[in-house]
Structure formats: C-alpha cells, structure tokens
Design a protein around this ligand. Sequence first.
Ligand code: ADP
Ligand code: MG
Length: 263
Amino acid sequence: MNSELIHQNDIINIIIYTFTAFLLMALVLILFFYFSRKKIVQQEVEKKNLEIAHQKELLHSIIITQEEERKRIAQDLHDDISSKLNIVSINSHLLKTPGLTFDESSEISTNIFNLTKKALDNSRRIAHDLLPPVLEKFGLHAGIEELCVEYNSNKLINASFTSFTELDKINSDKQLNVFRILQELMNNSLKHGKAKNITIIFESNSNLITCKYNDDGIGFDMNDVKNQKGLGMKNIESRISFLNGELKIISSEKKGMQVIFSF
Ligand SMILES: Nc1ncnc2c1ncn2[C@@H]1O[C@H](COP(=O)(O)OP(=O)(O)O)[C@@H](O)[C@H]1O
Ligand SMILES: [Mg+2]
C-alpha cells in the first residue's frame, strides 16, 4: 500500500516536471520569437530610416540645383540680355537728339543693330541651354550624337556613341533626363578624369534600356568622401530615381570610370 502511494507520487512528480519543462520550453520559444521578430522589425525600421534620409538628401540636392540653375539663368539674363537692351534703349533715345549729323545717327543705328543682334543670339543660347532644340526636334539619339560632336570638336577627347535600341521612343521627359546625365558624365570625364576616350553604348533587353558609359581617365576613389560631395553625381542619382532606374558606378584611381544605368 505504502509503495503504491510512493509510485503514484513519483508519477505525479514526473508529470509536473514534464509539464513545467514544456512550459519553460514554450516560454523560451515565445521569448526567442518575440525578440528575433523585434530585431527584424528594428532592422526594417533602420533600413526605412536610411532610405528616407537618402531621399531627403536627394531632394535637398534637387532644390539646391534648381536654385543654382535659377541663379545662373538670372545672371545670364542680366549680363547678356538686360544690359544690352539697356544700351539699346539709351541709343534709341540718343537718336532723337536734335541736330545729329548723318554719320552720328548712322553710328548710333549700327550700335543699336549690333546690340540687338547680340541680345537675340544670347537669348537663343540661354533657351538652348534650358532645352537643347536638337532633343525637341530630332530626339535623344541625335541629341547624344550632337553632344559627342561638340566634345570631339576640341580634339582633347574622342567620344563615340552606339545605340542598339530606339532611343527616340522613350518619353520626352525621360529623354531630357538621360541627356542631362550624359552631359554631366562627359563634363566630369573631361574636367576631372582628363580622359582621352569616352564610349557610350545603349542596349535593351525586353523593356529595360541599359546605358554603359566608359572613360579612360584618371578615375577616382569612390570611398573617399571628397568624391561624394559633388552636386553633379547627386543630380545624376536623382535623375535616375526619376527614371525609376538603377545606377552602378565602378571606378578606382588610375583605372578610368564606368557607369551603368538601366531604366
Ligand atoms: N570621370 C571622372 N573621373 C575622375 N574623377 C571623377 C569623375 N567623375 C567624378 N569624379 C570625382 O567625383 C567628384 C564629384 O563629381 P561631381 O559630383 O560631378 O561634382 P563636381 O563636378 O561638381 O565637382 C569630382 O570632384 C571628382 O573628384
Ligand atoms: Mg560634375
């Protein structure tokens, strides 16, 4: 009778211990899932925060670029147009001066003619800078060809361009963005890279267009912060994000630079 009671107590103890062990294991599992889930959420939040900070930085650079562009246009208008029109206006008043000789009035008229022509040329140039007419009239392909011709004309650099895809079918806002990206890249290759050769190749695969840009200049260390400060590269990034595209830059010192972007 006594030994049966002891046996029963043992069974109850085993059940209690097993139950407690299961309970503890369940608790440990719950805690483990809770904390690992918390960590994943935390990592996601950190990633999102980084993305937001990057977007903010891009937005900031867009605003700065816009302001600089406005300042430049205002300066161009002031220096190249307003000042000339001012002199035209003064000259026109001079024409009314009584008793002018034929020679004097003809000199004033020539002045007015020359200044008006200069103001007209300048206004055309400013408009062309804002929206290159070749893009509007003939599309991106012709625009890039013209860009290469302009760069090749100074004999310092040889730019070549090949496209295996119809660039002119891209919508015109996107064309302007691609054009501006290439303008900045070429400018950098000449200014910073001291490159001798530039190649631009466009390819397409299903709906994705890829541009491969290369220069054989001095290249740069991409990890050096001084190379990450420029507005030009930030601008390129924001244009790529406008294109819903992706950008890859490969460069190291003395090895030229390669930029691949798809959109
Ligand atoms: N093609 C290149 N070859 C060598 N260095 C380059 C090239 N492109 C950019 N860089 C480096 O990256 C920096 C940032 O370029 P960018 O953002 O265009 O600024 P910015 O042209 O206004 O100086 C440059 O100052 C230069 O050091
Ligand atoms: Mg630049």
